[in-house]
Design a protein around this ligand. Structure first.
Ligand code: HSX
Length: 215
């Protein structure tokens, strides 16, 4: 359990394209899908596995690896920004069940960075979550973590086996806030950015992921 910082060159290469303000909407979405796929593979590499034995077409037995939890994945899409990220995660977990939580922050213009923001959940629909399920909550940006705290509250009530956050950029403040309240969850992220500005945006960040993906 803990924080998995995915800072290998390919992750950072794609994140750099996303951060670049010159990257257009189509390339932005494509980059997010690619990172979703890579993050998904990394999550899969951190699931429990067992050694198994199968028979090949040659009629001989071969030892192999079985990740049983590949079939016990539930992906929660924090609408709307996470949609391309979820598209990528689904390449890694094609059998995943899916849920959505539509959340929007009430924007503020303060004189200091906010520590919490009001978040409206306008729609929420989650599939049945069993006790052996692993829930992956996808949100590309975690700033004050107000949105993620609400999602975590909802998901925790369902008592899954494990909760994982899949994100692109998490602020230092946001990650600390999550870990303090939910020490048992895992956070997979490509970057931990140092600051929030007075509007609650991550700095340097990549702007508004929803706007950049969908206009
Ligand atoms: C953005 O704001 C992201 O996609 C998240 O859903 C949210 C993050 O802000 P915060 O709640 O962490 O401050 O739309």
């Amino acid at each position: 359990m803990g924080v998995f910082l995915l800072d290998k060159p390919l992750f950072l290469h794609i994140l750099t394209q996303l951060r670049n303000r010159e990257t257009d909407q189509i390339m932005f979405r494509k980059g997010m899908v690619r990172l979703g796929r890579l993050i998904g593979y990394d999550i899969a590499n951190h699931l429990d596995f067992e050694i198994t034995e199968i028979i090949t077409p040659l009629g001989v037995s071969a030892k192999g690896v079985l990740i049983r939890d590949m079939d016990n994945i539930v992906i929660v899409n924090i609408l709307r920004a996470a949609t391309p990220l979820v598209e990528g995660l689904l390449k890694a977990f094609p059998a995943a069940k899916q849920g959505v939580i539509a959340a929007s922050r009430r924007e503020v213009q303060g004189s200091v960075p906010p520590t919490q923001m009001e978040v409206d959940i306008t729609y929420s629909k989650l599939p049945k979550v069993n006790k052996e399920d692993i829930v992956i909550i996808a949100d590309p940006m975690i700033a004050t973590a107000s949105t993620m705290m609400k999602a975590l509250r909802t998901v925790s009530l369902l008592n899954p086996k494990r909760v994982i956050i899949a994100s692109l950029i998490v602020s230092e403040y946001g990650i600390t806030r999550i870990i303090n309240e939910y020490p048992n969850i895992d956070i997979f992220t490509v970057s931990i950015d140092p600051q929030l500005n007075n509007n609650g945006y991550i700095v340097p960040g990549l702007g508004d992921a929803g706007d950049r993906s969908f206009g």
